[in-house]
Design a protein around this ligand. Sequence first.
Ligand code: NAD
Length: 280
Amino acid sequence: MPQIIDGKAISATIKDELKIKVEELSAKGIKVCLAVIQVGNDPASSVYVGNKKKACAYIGIDSLAYELPEETTQEELLKLIKELNDKEEVNGILVQLPLPKHIDEDEIIRAIDPKKDVDGFHPQSVGALCIGQPGFVSCTPAGIIQLLKRSDIEIAGKECVVIGRSNIVGKPMALLLLRENGTVTVAHSKTKNLKETAKRADILVVAVGKPKMITREYVKEGAVVIDVGIHRNESNKLCGDVDYDDVAPVCSAITPVPGGVGPMTIAMLMHNCVEAGDIR
Ligand code: NAD
């Protein structure tokens, strides 16, 4: 049977490491503070925001919650971000996405000071990642690198195939694997011969957003399979983009859903906040 990559345990270890780091900073008189902005009351967003606040409380990071009404205007949101940019005690600013349709998300992301861009979505952060300079990295792909490293899975020299090219997962994932000296291929909805391409992978990262799409026909014997997808199936159970039961017997390591990539996203957000406090 394959190695099951335990994201729950690895994320718990990272949070405990961060808790110690926050205590050390606090002893030097440095406090870490994250401002979380939510516009409207989308139930899924409320759950994510609640989980982020809980993780902050566990690690010892102060969190400021801004729960704004659905009718908030672009100008009002920009004004709040400017205020938070200027507030010295705030290290990280997170705007929960998606925003209501009347708000231009790109302009909002661009308004966040890159030094406080703990989600790693600002064009300056993405550009820095692209040319190998310091900056915040998008949390889900950063978490996947941690999963691989902490499971002793070598990336350098490996054939890495990323399925999906979104700005928050696929593209930064490809750049991070390249930074780790993987040989990287990015596949997407227009890729011809997806099965053959995926089958080249020693490390296959799947972020297609299609429940159980990836079966063993896409997977080389002995590959490492990382499943980013999160869906609810017909019986309301969580599943990923990978057909776990079909793929697990042929791969050497695999992330389950739930309990694989999912818990790493918040752990890496917390990591970015602590870094933002430390470099202040
Ligand atoms: P997205 O919809 O923005 O992007 C999907 C990508 O898959 C696109 O680039 C598209 O080209 C590609 N694609 C779609 N159909 C394809 C096909 N048939 N063949 C090949 N490529 C195809 O999605 P996303 O935001 O990158 O998220 C992907 C999945 O990961 C979703 O299930 C999402 O819920 C999940 N997700 C999980 C976390 C987490 O914390 N675990 C974070 C972000 C996203």
